[in-house]
Write a protein that binds this ligand. Structure first.
Ligand SMILES: Nc1ncnc2c1ncn2[C@@H]1O[C@H](COP(=O)(O)OP(=O)(O)O)[C@@H](O)[C@H]1O
Ligand SMILES: [Mg+2]
Length: 341
């Protein structure tokens, strides 16, 4: 018996998650590296690099290799992936696990092959890729083989991956560059314009998660103190922002996301669109934890919408399931991506 469990890897733009068979999620770390500007030496990876974000000394840069839906820095992506995989697998010369991986960025065949070679070097016997919406749906326990159409939207940091799935195929798919980061950036912009205050990404992210809502839920006057730099005096300053302001700040990315969902529904055949109206939309990914998101989608699109349980883990869990249920998933794995539209 192999002592190393097979693994599912969610190589996300914000976070890397690894799921191990029979163990569950064994790694969940920010997809970041701290790198020395000149030497390109890696100083820290994952959580340690995340701590430095916004506070990094002049000679150090914190990098997110998958930031904008594409591979921004392939070498750094490989270093980060190898580091995490080796940590989970450990050193086993004879028992190498299999892996299924989902990447939250567009990539070409050469990059994919190189990632797979990197995985082998890190200790995986065989690595197969799976499309993100299929992994997300499977991880949320959606029956992807069901003939009646279902819609899934994985809302990550950099991208929202949307698909209508029916009979185990993706009938329409679209990847939007609007996801959690766009909401965070919108908060930064709003606070700068309205309050002349420059806040960091960490601060904006904290505000978003603590009081942010895209739908009037809860007490709108709830306020949170935030600190930044006064753009007039150049000095540190603290102000209070209300939930109502944050909702207003996030209106623009919200509308872009709604348009993106709409565009996918418009492309599917009428029978499938009808199925989606009945079966609803499932949200996965860390961004699905955004308060009010299922409610506003349901209201604006007149389609039932819900967030999965533990939405951030769905993709990694789905990759793991793909390994456990070869009969259902084998045809989606590997380099054979049919990409039907
Ligand atoms: N409670 C929350 N409320 C709002 N947004 C959240 C919450 N938790 C996580 N997020 C957002 O989820 C996004 C990251 O989701 P994740 O699935 O980890 O990304 P990726 O798959 O691209 O790595 C970030 O934009 C983060 O701010
Ligand atoms: Mg995710």
């Amino acid at each position: 018996m192999a002592s190393v469990e097979d693994i599912g890897i969610d190589l996300g733009s914000s976070n890397v998650l690894i799921y191990a068979r029979r163990k569950g999620i064994v790694l969940n770390e920010p997809a970041m590296l701290a790198v020395d500007h000149e030497s390109r030496n890696v100083i820290a990876i994952g959580r340690e690099a995340h701590k430095m974000l916004g506070r990094e000394p002049n000679n150090i840069e914190v990098i997110r290799p998958l930031q904008k839906g594409t591979i921004q820095d392939f070498d750094m992506l490989s270093i980060m992936l190898n580091h995490f995989v080796m940590r989970v697998i450990g050193k086993h010369i004879f028992a190498r696990p299999r892996a299924v991986m989902s990447l939250s960025a567009s990539s070409n065949e050469i990059e994919k092959r190189q990632l797979i070679i990197g995985m082998f070097e890190a200790g995986a016997r065989r690595t197969q890729m799976i499309d993100r919406p299929l992994a997300a749906a499977a991880g949320a326990d959606m029956d992807i083989t069901q003939y009646s159409g279902q819609m899934v939207a994985d809302v990550g940091g950099a991208t929202t991956d949307i698909a209508v799935i029916a009979s185990g195929e993706m009938s329409a798919r679209n990847t939007l560059g609007i996801a959690g980061d766009a909401f965070t950036d919108a908060i930064i912009r709003y606070v700068r314009l309205k309050h002349n205050l420059l806040i960091g990404f960490h601060t904006a992210e904290d505000v978003k998660c603590a009081i942010g809502t895209v739908y009037p839920l809860g007490e709108s006057a709830v306020a949170l103190p935030i600190a930044g730099r006064n753009l007039v005096s150049g000095l540190p300053k603290q102000i209070e922002v209300t939930r109502e302001e944050i909702t207003e700040a996030m209106e623009e990315p919200l509308h872009q996301m709604l348009e993106g969902l709409h565009a996918v529904i418009e492309r599917v055949p009428p029978e499938l669109a009808n199925d989606v109206f009945e079966n609803g939309i499932l949200l996965t990914g860390g961004g699905a934890a955004m308060k009010g998101l299922p409610e506003i989608i349901a209201e604006m699109m007149k389609i039932p919408c819900r967030a999965a349980e533990n939405p951030q883990q769905c993709v990694a869990v789905g990759c793991g399931k793909a390994l456990e249920r070869p009969a259902d998933f084998d045809r989606f794995l590997g380099d054979r991506r049919k990409g039907r539209r």
